[in-house]
Every structure is written in C-alpha cells, then in structure tokens.
Design a protein around this ligand. Structure first.
Ligand code: UDP
Length: 253
C-alpha cells in the first residue's frame, strides 16, 4: 500500500492526486468552520452528506449543459474531479436578503430581492474574503472580462436550475456561493464550475416553516446541523442510510 499524495487541504475538503493525469480526488471532511475558521467543530457525518448532495447537484448540472469539474462518484466521501486552476473569486447569488447583505444594507432577512443579485468576493483568508467589483477583478488580473461574463452567465443558470430543484422539494434557495476554475484542454481553456454545492455554501429555508436547513444552524449555534442536511438529502432522494452512525446503546454479547 502506498500513501496518496495530498495536493491541497482546505477547511472542509482535501484534494489528492487522481488516478490519471489531470484528475484529482476530492475528499469531504466532517470539519465545520465559520467566521474565517475562528469557530470550528467536527460534525460526524457532515462530509458524507455534502459529498452526496454536491455529487447529485453537479451531475444534474452536467446534464443540462453546465460544464463542471465533476467526473464521477468514488465512495461515501470522495469524488473524482478534473484538475482546474481555481479563479480566486467567490461568486455569490442572492434571491432573498440574508446574512451579510441584510447586515450591510439594513434589509430585513427574508425580504425578496427585486431581482437576483450577483456579488464577487476575493478569495483570500488573510483579508477575510473582501467584497470586490468587476473593476478590481480585471485590474488585478484575477479574471478576464470574458471570464467574468462566463461566471455570471453560469451562476444565473445554476441559480435558475437550483431554485426550481429546491422549490420542488419545499425548500427556498435564499442565496449560495460558487467557485469556478479554468479547465485547460490542449489549446483551449474554459471556465467550469468547481468546488462544491452543498448546504455548507447555500442558504436553504423550508418553504412552509422557514426552518433553516443549512450552515447557519452552525454559525448561529442552533444545533441539528446533520439532521438538517439529512433532511435536504432525503428530499433530494439521495440520503445515505448507513451513515452517519447513530450513537446509542450497543448490544454486548
Ligand atoms: N458563503 C460561503 N462561503 C463564504 C462566504 C459565504 O459559502 O466564505 C455562502 C453563505 O453560506 C451564503 C452565501 O454565500 O449562502 C452568502 O453569504 P453572506 O455573504 O451572507 O455571508 P455570511 O453571512 O455567510 O458571512
């Protein structure tokens, strides 16, 4: 047995060298962080749920022609992906006011926005991911104008698709964050969806009760995070029944 080469370790995922050149294995950990990782906890089973949910969403997006880095599922915690060069810009799409938008602009959480709004944040932990404009992105060379256009068009298609997908299972897609990468194919380079789409990076509210089914449960110390993610997976029809393990009395023989 030989140890796999770890290419990158982030807050919630690890990337390993893949079986063929140009591929990577994306591994979902149970680590949960918020507020620039000043709040952290290991929540049993979260990685398995995010892997399943993200794999399902990326597969559906591939089916409607949204290019992604996803190749195929490998196991409960891992997926095979194409190696891309991550564009250092987080793209947030908002449909309903919440979180930092509510705080910054004084708009009550839950207010439906006049139209979907796209925001950009520079991916830089030391600077706490500051919000930036297209001007900053192009002036500092983080992405070209064409790449910004591609990211915006893809983000809006993803938003339309996910809004419908979640509405169909009684969930309101309030907002979400996506990341894109450059995929090099010979002479060509194109922008594809990378990273993950899971309740870690979306706000998902039950349409009937307004219950939060996302990472705000962790950020706001509400508890019940795994149960909420399980509920999302169950409604999507992808719940893995064998994990997370139930803690309870064990039979001693
Ligand atoms: N988000 C994320 N990673 C980040 C920042 C935000 O996944 O580093 C997601 C967050 O879960 C929410 C959306 O982007 O679905 C908008 O987040 P917001 O700007 O309101 O920031 P927050 O309130 O999370 O600090």
């Amino acid at each position: 047995m030989s140890r796999r080469r770890r290419v990158y370790e982030g807050k919630a995922k690890v990337l390993y060298e893949g079986p063929e050149p140009g591929t990577l294995v994306q591994h979902f950990k149970d680590d949960t962080t918020a507020f620039d990782a000043t709040k952290r906890e290991v929540i049993d089973g979260k990685g398995v749920l995010n892997n399943r949910i993200s794999e399902y969403i990326f597969t559906k997006l591939n089916e409607i022609g949204v290019p992604t880095h996803f190749i195929r599922a490998l196991n409960m915690r891992e997926q095979l992906i194409r190696e891309v060069e991550i564009i250092p810009v987080e793209v947030v799409v908002r449909n309903v006011a919440a979180g930092s938008l509510s705080k910054k602009l004084g708009i009550d959480e839950g207010t439906v926005l006049p139209r979907s709004i796209i925001e950009f944040y520079y991916k830089n932990d030391e600077l706490h991911d500051p919000m930036v404009s297209e001007e900053h992105i192009t002036a500092f060379g983080w992405a070209t104008p064409q790449e910004i256009d591609d990211m915006m068009a893809l983000a809006l298609r993803i938003n339309d698709f996910l809004t419908g997908l979640f509405l169909g299972i009684g969930i309101r897609l309030v907002d979400f964050k996506v990341e894109f990468g450059r995929l090099y194919e010979g002479e060509m380079v194109r922008v594809v969806l990378a990273d993950e789409i899971s309740p870690d990076c979306c706000r998902l509210w039950d349409t009937r009760t307004n219950d939060k089914l996302d990472k705000d449960r962790f950020r706001r110390d509400m508890g019940g995070l795994v149960e909420a993610y399980q509920e999302v997976a169950r409604r999507l029809g992808v719940l893995v029944e064998t994990e997370p393990k139930r803690r309870g009395p064990t039979l001693v023989k």
